[in-house]
Design a protein around this ligand. Structure first.
Ligand SMILES: [Zn+2]
Length: 397
């Protein structure tokens, strides 16, 4: 029964408010099962009955809606030198936010993070379901949230486990590009799309893969798009191998090229490069043609394998999509199998806050996950939402 309650809660959270009749149709549940499931959720204060006039016939139909305040979640986007965080409700709406300097490479980086989170957890009114953290790096699947991030300077740090214990709160960790894909699949443009890719450009180049409506995480991580081999340049990448897409197409790689070709002065930033490239076609070609075509060929290969309906372009580097797209789009067209060209490419405006919301969506997803997700952290989130009893969690932890 709890499994049906779970399914009903997920449907109301993502598609609600919705009538019982619609839920029964969408989920293929019998009348009695649905009644039992909705009663279970109503009794726990997770959903509420709303009155709404039906569009035809004038009969008033009762719709079921989520009680957004039933749980609060903190979502954090970690960067090398700062963090941005939000507190969201169960409808993914931002209640309040905070940001802080954060030195990921410092001696006491984890202690610093713990103290920032502790201070802000005190501000949460109501039930804190958990903390979701997006990191720019590889996160091992499973409960311990072990992360390896060249950007943060972390090598196999059990961040999830350490933070969960020290904060006495479920802490879920995921690669930040994946958190963005989760948010898009639950609440954004990917909501009605079963198969889509999120490509992020910028400091790193990443990819989130949503297949059959679920984020694909692989057995050893997935979506390491920046590290597909595209060049025979012997240039060592942060990941440990050479010839990676990032070695020619990341913002730092483009900036290095621009400095060595003397298009910009030493100490310039990527913003200076964009300015030059926008005002001088020759500079744009010299800097973006080869990397753009490399991104396009690599992306076409992924599209040919997975056949998505939608490709979202995001990341801080996507602000230069006007410079990239003249090189990427035509090359993509040529390299995608003709029968698979029926997909859309959309620009997904980038900001840190959105990524923090995505990190919060990790916890939201755990709270709404069906019974197939039996990870201890996921179960701990559910017990805080009172969707499963606490003793079932302690057995698993
Ligand atoms: Zn690499």
């Amino acid at each position: 029964m709890r499994d049906s309650a779970n399914e009903v809660l997920r449907a109301i959270a993502t598609d609600g408010p919705v009538s019982r009749a619609q839920l029964a149709r969408d989920l293929g549940l019998s009348g009695p099962t649905l009644t039992q499931a909705t009663k279970y959720l109503l009794d726990r204060g997770l959903i509420i009955e709303l009155e709404q006039t039906a569009s035809t016939g004038g009969r008033r139909a009762t719709l079921l809606g989520l009680v957004a305040g039933a749980g609060q979640i903190i979502g954090v986007k970690l960067a090398e030198d700062h963090l941005v965080a939000v507190c969201i409700d169960m409808e993914s709406q931002i209640q309040w936010k905070f940001s802080s300097d954060f030195n990921s490479r410092g001696e006491g980086a984890l202690e610093e993070l713990i103290s920032i989170l502790k201070k802000n957890m005190k501000r949460v009114s109501g039930q804190l379901l958990g903390i979701g953290i997006g990191v720019p790096g590889v996160v091992s699947p499973g409960d311990f949230g072990t992360t390896k991030s060249a950007i943060l300077g972390w090598d196999s740090v059990n961040v999830g486990k350490i933070l969960s214990e020290r904060l006495s709160t479920p802490v879920l960790l995921e690669n930040d590009v994946n958190t963005l894909a989760i948010d898009e699949s639950l609440f954004g443009r990917g909501k009605d799309t079963s198969n889509f890719l999120t490509l992020t450009l910028g400091r790193g180049i990443g990819m989130g893969l949503v297949i059959n409506g679920e984020l694909y995480v692989g057995s050893h991580g997935a979506g390491e798009f920046g590290h597909v081999t595209v060049a025979n340049n012997k240039q060592l990448c942060e990941c440990g191998k050479s010839g990676c897409l990032e070695t020619i197409a990341s913002d730092p790689a483009i900036l290095n090229q621009a400095i060595s070709k003397k298009f910009v002065r030493e100490n310039s930033t990527i913003l200076d490069v964009w300015k030059k490239a926008r005002s001088d076609k020759k500079i744009a070609t010299a800097l973006y043609k080869i990397p753009g075509q490399a991104i396009a060929v690599a992306l076409a290969n992924v599209i040919n394998v997975f056949g998505p309906e939608l490709v979202l372009i995001s990341g801080e580097g996507s602000e230069a999509w006007d410079i990239w797209s003249p090189w990427i789009l035509p090359e993509l067209e040529v390299n995608v199998v003709p029968t698979m060209r029926n997909f859309n490419i959309e620009l997904d405006p980038w900001d840190d806050e959105k990524w923090a919301v995505g990190a919060g969506a990790l916890v939201l997803r755990a709270s709404l996950a069906t019974s197939s997700d039996r990870s201890a952290t996921g179960m701990a989130v559910k017990s805080r939402l009172r969707i499963i009893p606490g003793n079932e969690v302690s057995k698993r932890l």
